[in-house]
Design a protein. Sequence first.
Length: 206
Amino acid sequence: MVISILNLAFLIAPIIVISLVLAKFGTIEGKGKRGERVAERAIKKAGYQVISDLYVSASRGWTQIDHVVIAGGALVCIEVKNYAGSIYGQKHEKSWTQVCGRQKNKFQNPIHQNHAHVCSLRELFPEVDVRGFVAFTPRSTFKRDRPDGVGTTNNLKEVLDRIAANVPTSPAAAQAWSMLQSMAASERQQDGRKAHREQLRQRNRM
């Protein structure tokens, strides 16, 4: 009887561990997707076209961009962060810190993260003005000066309006946008998703 209980425990324990890991990952991924939906609604409400969750292949490999917006003649890569609590970080720092109650969590500098997205689009469309913006949801606040190019989803209309006013429309930007729309509808997006996840796994092993 004791042996049977021990055997059962050995069988159940891995299942519980895997379930907890998947639940945690699902929660993190779910929060990210909710933040992206908040940003997407704000962008559309502001009257701009947006392509969301786009996978792009360039010389650096595959990269995933939360949102690409065309504002005037510029393409804007928007990286969304849906974190609660206080955020500490500066433009030059490799990682930033989230403080939520007694918990402190480090995460990759989103400016650096988004710069890779911007570089990918600049490589594909060298004649087009490509810019980046990092948007946190209102759940978080910066306790120190917020770096340039970083704001909240509530700032998106203001940011996009300013870019659209300063960068006139152009045939090159219109053509690039059309190509991105075709790219977003392509079956290769699924390949990009798989390749990007594999790249992240390889990077985390290093």
